[in-house]
Design a protein around this ligand. Structure first.
Ligand code: COA
Ligand code: AMP
Length: 635
């Protein structure tokens, strides 16, 4: 694609999206180039690249082998928790992926069938995803930190033929057996996968159920390599569940064609990476960042990708990030700010960085939550590269706003503290007030994107297109509702200030208040509850539960709190960081009965708030304030 200035690329993408994305589509290889670039279904659904035929795994692997780059390194697995560093070339990875694809075929999986992947950060997770893509099966990766009931909900929604998993994960020094969680989830689910295939890790081998469970190594070794399957651009590549505003997760569906074009476009224009460069996204394959930038983006572009099974700290120390960058020659690094807050806490002067030569690093990107100004300043003082905050969501699959490094005038736009930069080509971003009027500079409101969303963004919600329309398109018809609040300054820099709905962001992990409220409300002593995400220095936000006890219940608040903490760990997962639950006499509500979570959040964060005119009884807010003032430190 022609290298343009940012202004030129952005303008063309908005004024003539068909031409812009046709040009971008030419940068990937199709079995059949799309007959049309952008058109609409009879029900008004936008379709990108109709008639295009491709295969995403072939794009990510085989085509590099065919182009003579088979010996180039595709995947580096760096695992301080097991002491291993391994790598695979494009040819080697193609061979493994083809065999696993063949193995899936032997288990009856074919195009359009779903496969759930519930795995820690091991190479088989990447191989599993690509193997599904190779045969046109739809993968749904479930983050390994989710507890059994959450996995069960996803199994029921996706109805997979097979689940691919591992015997255990390793968090710092703790071995976490996965198989009992998987067995429990399958027991809980109504939909029963015919088979599971388990990577047996030496740290903890799991007993297998005869007839249902297979040992991954034996299965892979005995499978014949499978050929790729041609799919339509619009065919689903994966489903990724994310937290909505209710307790029921939303299965974001990603197509093959738009996804490949958008990620390929993003790799050089946003991240400055081309074939042969080393790209490291320190996320987890269970999240969208892992899908787009551990697996698909770098491999489609022909880059080397790093899969890191470790933490920024204590595996073994706060120098881990610098070590991985130096050891593998990372050019572009992408991480959540919370990771650097953890490093900063343990090594405030970044003394451990001096042990490593990180001159290979050219760009440092952060996303997943707001890059708070203190962490931005610390990073600016610590690394020699630009520090680039960029904003995106599971739904979009790639960034909505960024400071792009691969445009002709990249140096012309400096990053600004607190801002993820400018809208990326394809995203016609607006800020609207509650009545749908467009706001001017520095006026905060609802951040939306005027339709059509660019390629690579969600095509629907799995099994529930109506929910997709209602969740994203009904608040402001013709605009995609991001759920984030923010503003633009007079120079056009965008600022994303946080969710305006009931979604919270805990250590870069997205959670819904509804998900946690369902668990808290299930406690026999609790009559009613509200969960809000409150500010936390390390994690960005942490959940806080407020609950009303049933009449006549005289529970000890500390005991109740610890029971609830355990319940959330067992039902949702420890990563939710639910550690605090307070008993309150009443909950603030509107006269129509809606709990005022935003007001509770502001009170807890010590921010100014206006009691809404619809509040039932404003004196309740004082009671909440008192309860929060008297709260004990978290356990
Ligand atoms: N499997 C099982 N348990 C997990 C898990 C997983 N994959 N991930 C986290 N947990 C557990 C942790 O072990 C911890 O358990 P504990 O309460 O028993 O100690 C708990 O969940 C809390 O985890 P977390 O909040 O992640 O804290 P941490 O101390 O384990 O790690 C960070 C801190 C900063 C390293 C980590 O939060 C992180 O890397 N966050 C970035 C997330 C991210 O990449 N998001 C994607 C957007 S870019
Ligand atoms: P997820 O879907 O898990 O990627 O979470 C998406 C949400 O994380 C967004 O809606 C934002 O609320 C938040 N988020 C992600 N990146 C940023 C960023 N760079 N700045 C501010 N918020 C962000």
């Amino acid at each position: 694609m022609k290298i343009r200035t940012y202004e030129e690329a952005y303008r063309l993408s908005i004024e003539d999206p068909g031409s812009f994305w046709r040009e971008a589509a030419r940068d990937i290889d199709w079995f059949e180039f799309p007959a049309s670039i952008l058109d609409e279904d009879s029900n008004g659904t936008i379709r990108w690249f109709r008639g295009g035929k491709l295969n995403t795994a072939w794009l990510a692997l085989d085509r590099h082998v065919q182009a003579g780059r088979g010996d180039a390194t595709a995947l580096i697995y760096d695992s301080p928790v097991t002491g291993q560093i391994l790598s695979w070339s494009f040819a080697e990875l193609t061979e493994r992926v083809s065999r696993v694809a063949g193995g899936l075929g032997d288990l009856g999986v074919s195009k359009g069938d779903r496969v759930i992947v519930y795995m820690p950060m091991i190479p088989e997770a990447v191989i599993a995803m690509l193997a599904c893509a190779r045969i046109g099966a739809v993968h749904s990766v479930v983050f390994g930190g989710f507890a059994a009931p959450e996995l069960a909900v996803r199994i029921d929604d996706a109805n997979p033929k097979v689940v691919l998993s591992a015997s255990c994960g390793i968090e710092f020094q703790t071995v976490i057996p996965y198989k009992p969680l998987l067995d429990e989830a399958i027991d809980l689910a109504t939909s029963k996968p015919a088979h599971t295939v388990i990577v047996q890790r030496p740290q903890h081998e799991a007993p297998l159920i005869e007839g249902r469970d297979l040992d991954w190594d034996a299965w892979e070794a005995s499978s014949e390599p499978a050929h790729w399957v041609e799919v339509d651009a619009w065919d689903p590549l994966y489903i990724l569940y994310t937290s909505g505003t209710t307790g029921r997760p939303k299965g974001v569906v990603r197509d093959n064609g738009g996804h490949a074009v958008a990620l390929n476009y993003s790799m050089d224009t946003i991240y400055g990476c081309d074939a042969g460069d080393v790209y490291w996204a320190a996320s987890d394959v269970g999240w969208v960042v892992g899908h787009s930038y551990i697996v698909y983006g770098p491999l489609i572009k022909g880059c080397t990708t790093v899969l890191y099974e470790g933490k920024p700290v204590r595996t073994p120390d706060a120098g881990a990030i610098w070590r991985v960058i130096a050891e593998h020659g990372v050019k572009t690094f992408f991480v959540a700010p919370t990771a650097f807050r953890a490093v900063k806490k343990e090594d405030p002067d970044a003394t451990l960085k001096r042990r490593y030569d990180i001159s290979c690093l050219e760009y440092l990107f952060v996303a997943g939550e707001r890059l708070d100004p203190p962490t931005y300043e610390w990073l600016k003082a610590t690394v020699h590269t630009p520090v680039i905050d960029h904003w995106w969501q599971t739904e979009t699959g790639w960034s909505i706003c960024a400071s792009m490094v691969g445009v002709a005038d990249a140096d012309a736009r400096q990053t600004r503290s607190g801002s993820p930069g400018f809208p990326v080509p394809g995203y016609d971003l607006r800020v609207l007030d509650d009545n749908g009027n467009e706001l001017g500079p520095d006026e905060e409101g609802n951040v939306v994107v005027k339709a059509p969303l660019p390629p690579g963004t969600l095509s629907t919600i799995w099994g529930d297109h109506q929910r997709y329309v209602e969740a994203y398109g009904s608040r402001y018809p013709g605009f995609y509702l991001t759920g984030d609040g923010g503003y633009r300054d007079a120079d056009g820099y965008v600022y994303i200030m946080g969710r305006v709905d009931d979604v919270m962001n805990v250590a870069g992990h997205r959670l819904s208040t509804g998900e946690l409220e369902e668990v808290v409300a299930a406690h026999p002593a609790v009559a009613e509850c509200a969960v809000v995400g409150i500010a936390d220095e390390d994690k960005g936000q942490v959940p806080l539960g407020l609950m009303l006890l049933k009449d006549g219940v005289n529970a000890d608040p500390a005991e109740l709190e610890s029971e609830l903490v355990q319940m959330v760990r067992r039902r949702v997962g420890a990563f939710a960081n639910f550690k605090r639950a307070l008993v309150v006499p009443r909950l603030p509500k509107t006269r129509s009965g809606k709990i005022l979570r935003q007001v509770i959040r502001k009170i807890a964060d010590g921010q100014p708030y206006e009691p809404p005119s619809t509040i039932d009884d404003p004196t309740i807010l004082e009671e909440i304030q008192t309860a929060l003032r008297e709260r004990r430190p978290p356990p």
